[in-house]
Design a protein around this ligand. Structure first.
Ligand code: NAD
Length: 303
């Protein structure tokens, strides 16, 4: 029988890639997002769109009428901007914590067997040792990270109802990412327009950049391959790249040079970030090297 999967936030950057991958693998897919329309389809096979706000408990409780039983839920819908979270902590909490509780209740009502929660590396805050292991202390330094940590704790209360897999992606990049909070899409946008890049400080801060296709393939495989009550996985490459190296690599790949403007370091910005990925490697996961992932990103953008 065709398995039925729900993807909240399926209209967003990672979600839309995930939905395509699930359609390709033959799942029946329900996208729950507050968008009014989604154009996600593959070879004429369309995802079913449920237009709903995850903070609207009444509406979410009614969703089961449209879906019936659901086998797996991937919960990605979230307020994702660190800056917005700092300026609007209550709204941030409402979406990322209360909204997650509403989706967990929905998954339980739909008799789900598994729940994959998209948390974030932001739960670690300013880590003290590297690479960061799943078992390292979680000490978020912003409202976004705090809300993800609270949501993780909520998910773990539902392990009597379904398997819970918590994914902590590091810095995800890839096609269809809109220039916003993340540095890769902003740099690509600026280089394409011939505009200067901005470094906060000297550009020596590091990040672990993971290609969106890798995040998706790991997420899809994990439930099937590791039936567990609960598990937490870092999803990164295990490679540390400075912002300066990223800028150089992108300029090389685009065959263009733009000036760099140095601004003052941002207060409380994380200086280093890199995942220990032994856990996902033990499951056979091999991340795409950064240069290859960026080439694919740029290649798919021009088409
Ligand atoms: N992109 C990254 O680098 C990254 C890193 C770590 C974790 N994550 C997590 O992965 C998930 C997906 O991130 P993304 O980059 O695709 O973000 P995105 O902003 O592109 O997608 C989020 C989606 O959630 C939907 N949404 C937001 N609030 C909603 C609400 N109240 N009700 C219903 N839908 C709502 C939006 O419409 C959007 O389609 C998020 O949970 C994010 O925290 C992303």
């Amino acid at each position: 029988m065709t398995e039925r999967v729900m993807v909240t936030g399926g209209g967003g950057f990672i979600g839309s890639h995930l939905v395509k991958a699930l359609l390709k693998q033959g799942y029946e897919v329900f996208v729950l997002d507050r968008l009014n329309e989604t154009k996600i389809s593959l070879d004429g096979k369309k995802a079913n769109l449920i237009s709903a706000d995850i903070t609207d408990k009444k509406r979410i409780d009614s969703v089961i009428k449209d879906t019936g039983t659901i086998d797996f839920v991937f919960h990605l819908a979230a307020q994702v901007s660190v800056a917005f979270g700092e300026a609007n902590p209550e709204e941030n909490r409402k979406i990322n914590v209360d909204g997650t509780r509403n989706i967990l209740d929905l998954a339980k009502a739909c008799n789900a067997k598994g729940f994959v929660f998209f948390s974030s590396a932001a739960v670690y805050g300013d880590a003290k040792s590297f690479p960061i292991k799943e078992t390292d202390p979680t000490e978020p330094i912003n409202q976004y990270g705090l809300s993800k940590l609270k949501a993780e704790a909520l998910c773990l209360k539902y392990t009597n109802s379904f398997d819970v897999v918590i994914i902590r992606p590091f810095n995800v990049y890839g096609p269809k990412q809109k220039p916003g909070d993340d540095v890769v899409s902003v740099f690509i946008d600026k280089i394409s327009k011939g505009e200067p890049l901005t470094f906060f400080g000297d550009g020596s801060q590091t990040r672990d950049f993971i290609f969106v296709d890798d995040v998706v393939s790991f997420s899809v495989s994990v439930l099937k391959n590791t039936p567990v009550r609960q598990a937490v996985f870092n999803v990164g490459t295990g490679k540390e790249t400075t912002i300066k190296e990223l800028a150089e690599l992108l300029m090389k790949l685009k065959g263009a040079r733009v000036p760099v403007v140095h601004l003052k370091e941002r207060p409380r910005e994380i200086k280093r970030s890199v995942a220990d990925i032994s856990k996902i490697k033990a499951l056979g996961f091999e991340p795409t090297p950064l240069e290859e992932g960026l080439k694919k990103t740029l290649g798919r953008m021009v088409r």
